[in-house]
Design a protein around this ligand. Structure first.
Ligand code: FUB
Length: 713
């Protein structure tokens, strides 16, 4: 689905896009688009996802993040046609990151496709268990399946290859909870409610399927209900415990559904009916609750049919904040467009996934070759908005990872609205493929304080480009008292450094060269993957020299690996160039310094990107104390691993074996970076015939040592 306010475009295929719109259609399109782009006040978070229809929310708080798993109504559904389950997360409750499809109905070999109804994910001992509703192909009816993952974002795998419970027409809508005593429960059912006691492995259960006593004192009285619908309870139970009170929140009243709840002092009842939380309405005849506490606040998730094109079979997940009463009661909750108050500002100075969105128009998301998800199918005037972005004292540059099989386009960066203050325009070139990623950047002016940020995409016809991630940077124009223009210590975040290629970066206290944290670079799929930051040409001027230093520790490469500090830039011909600033050998588990006191930024260079990579391998590495300073600044660092020049095999003697190793290395390449370092006897940064000559002179007694003065020889 492609949502635009007021209408929906069906997702075109890439081929369809190549078809030219007729002039008449294009004119109508342009009128509609112009109307949609009138300035307006900030959009709000509800529904939390606008790129697809989502339903049956199941929140889970893990690692200071609020995740919500949703089912997925196929575009244009006229029944519950539901292919898979999606996952979204937020740390501020307004901006949500799309983690894509984490589990699909087709991942269950025993299930009919498009029957992926309500699900819930819970964590136990670092594993994530997703309980799902499906139709077993062989028997019909409904059944509960279970899938397991090592991360909240999946990938999840069917744990059993068969249903956990069922088939039975009543068995839908599982909700799981692990009690403090370690006993886990799984409730489910429509229109009767059932539970089982899950075993510790979470993928089997003990005893029978227990049917809950459906009394009116437990679940309220339904007027005009038949034999199986005496109480208000209908489906979609959400089971949890708070302050020693057990809660069952559920869809009630039949069609259209309300949300009611019951409580108990025991996990298995008896239950006491407590009343209504949400009335029917919201453009969907079903509703489905999910409740969680996150960062000291309580949240109620539900679904509506309120997206354009929405309805009973094309629903959308929403969220509201609420406060429990003293007695544990849940108040009546109104549907809103604004959703909860934002509880944290969005930090634009760390890498932000492009699929982190408060509101968007026209975008879709897809699996990204560099890992995770990217935004896709971007057409001119599509946009996304991020709520309350904290630019603090100001931003000086913007960078983004982009791809385009066509001509690309531009990203306009605006504040407050789609036509608000323009703080920068980033050009996106063709990159030769929809998954060929390139980092582009532009300078920024006029962004400071807290702002709603709009990325407005512009270009010609058809799809323009994709975006994987973006980030702002702030750079000082004057050096500090040490002569440093920047000094990345990673004590307070990733400080303008982001992943290069598929690599991701995060701060880590596991290793530190100085202070207590460093930058962990992981997830590399090629030696060129690493970490990068932009350098502003108003600070680092082309044609002028500067001092650079970085400390690196590799942890899971071989005993010694060659690492590089390099500059990627665009030359005056518009070609991308890569220039080595410093090379070092990183011994496993030891900090190594890459330093160059006088590196000249090439004349005519633009789009400067400083980066760390390795010669070979995809090992994780840490980086710390990365500094850019005035030329000649001697920057203290970890230094280089010590080798004895000429003693290639490190046996305490310089002899013919070392000369043979040096010759072989020069002819066929060195496999051991420490040998290469020892072979560079004139310390001219690479091994040449001059080094072999010097070694020969040493062995024949014509010289008694090596100095850098030998470089001239
Ligand atoms: O999404 C399909 C079904 O609709 C769910 O299983 C029910 O809870 C209702 O929301």
């Amino acid at each position: 689905m492609k949502t635009e306010r007021g209408y929906i475009k069906r997702k075109p295929t890439r081929c369809q896009v190549k078809r030219r719109l007729s002039a008449a259609i294009a004119a109508v399109y342009s009128v509609i688009t112009t109307c949609m782009l009138l300035p307006q006040s900030a959009f709000a978070t509800n529904p939390i996802a606008q790129t697809v229809y989502t339903a049956d929310p199941a929140p889970m708080v893990y690692d200071n993040t609020c995740y919500v798993y949703t089912s997925h109504d196929a575009d244009g559904s006229t029944y519950f046609t539901m292919p898979d389950w999606k996952c979204y997360s937020s740390t501020d409750m307004q901006n949500w990151t799309d983690h894509g499809v984490v589990l699909s109905g087709t991942d269950f070999s025993w299930a009919e496709e498009n029957t992926a109804w309500a699900a819930q994910c819970v964590e136990r001992n670092g594993k994530f268990y997703m309980y799902v509703t499906l139709v077993p192909a062989a028997t019909g009816g409904r059944a509960i399946g279970v899938a397991v993952a090592d991360s909240p974002e999946g990938p999840f795998k069917d744990a059993l290859g068969k249903p956990l419970i069922g088939p039975n027409w009543d068995y839908i809508d599982p909700t799981a909870f692990v009690d403090e005593d370690g006993q886990a429960y799984l409730y489910f059912g429509n229109p009767q409610l059932y539970y089982v006691k899950l075993n510790e492995d979470m993928i089997s259960y003990s005893g029978n399927v227990n049917k809950v006593d459906m009394t009116t004192s437990a679940f309220g009285t339904r007027s005009g209900g038949d034999e199986r619908h005496q109480t208000l309870y209908e489906e979609g139970p959400w089971f949890y415990k708070r302050n020693n009170l057990y809660y069952l929140v559920y869809a009630a009243s039949g069609i259209p559904e309300t949300i009611h709840y019951s409580t108990s002092s025991s996990p298995t009842g008896p239950w006491t009916f407590r009343g209504e939380i949400m009335t029917s309405g919201g453009g969907s005849f079903t509703n489905h609750p999910g409740v969680c506490d996150f960062r000291g606040k309580s949240y109620f998730f539900y679904h509506t049919g309120n997206l354009p094109g929405g309805g009973g079979f094309t629903r959308s997940v929403c969220v509201e904040e609420f406060t429990y009463g003293q007695d544990g009661s849940i108040p009546k909750i109104e549907r809103s467009k604004e959703g909860p108050k934002q509880i944290a500002m969005l930090n634009p100075f760390e890498r932000v996934e492009a699929e982190t969105i408060c509101w968007e128009s026209g975008l879709e998301t897809e699996v990204c070759s560099a890992g995770g998800i990217n935004i896709a199918n971007i057409e001119s005037n599509d946009y996304l908005m991020l709520s309350k972005v904290d630019f603090a004292e100001g931003a000086t540059s913007f960078l983004a990872s982009v791809s385009s099989a066509e001509q690309g386009g531009t990203i306009e960066l605006r504040l407050g609205s789609v036509s608000g203050t323009l703080i920068g325009t980033c050009d996106v070139p063709g990159t030769g493929g929809w998954q060929n990623w390139k980092t582009v950047s532009t300078t920024i002016s006029g962004a400071s304080g807290t702002q709603d940020l709009y990325l407005v995409f512009k270009g010609g016809g058809g799809f323009l480009f994709n975006v994987d991630w973006w980030q702002f940077e702030s750079q000082a124009n004057e050096p500090d008292e040490n002569g440093y223009y920047f000094h990345s210590t990673f004590e307070n975040g990733t400080e303008n450094w982001s992943g290069r290629g598929a690599a991701s970066v995060k701060t880590s206290a596991a290793e530190a060269y100085a202070g207590s944290q460093s930058l962990l670079v992981s997830g590399r799929t090629g030696s060129w993957n690493g970490t990068l930051r932009t350098l502003s040409t108003s600070v680092f001027k082309p044609g002028e020299a500067y001092s650079f230093s970085a400390n690196v520790m590799q942890v899971d490469g071989s005993s010694a690996e060659t690492v590089y500090l390099k500059l990627e830039y665009t030359d005056s011909q518009g070609e991308t160039q890569y220039s080595t600033i410093a090379t070092a050998v990183a011994v496993n588990g030891t900090w190594t310094q890459l330093a160059n006191e006088s590196y000249t930024i090439p004349e005519g260079a633009t789009d400067l990107r400083l980066y760390l990579e390795s010669a070979e391998g995809t090992f994780d590495f840490y980086a710390d104390d990365i500094i850019g300073a005035i030329e000649g600044t001697q920057i203290e660092g970890a230094g280089q691993p010590s080798v004895t020049l000429g003693d290639l095999n490190n046996d305490g003697r310089i002899d013919g074996i070392d000369l043979t190793l040096a010759k072989r290395g020069l002819l066929y390449g060195f496999t051991d970076p420490l040998q290469e370092l020892a072979a560079d006897v004139n310390q001219a940064a690479d091994v040449t015939v001059a080094d072999l000559v010097l070694l020969q002179l040493y062995l024949t007694g014509q010289t008694d040592g090596f100095t850098t003065a030998d470089q001239a020889k």
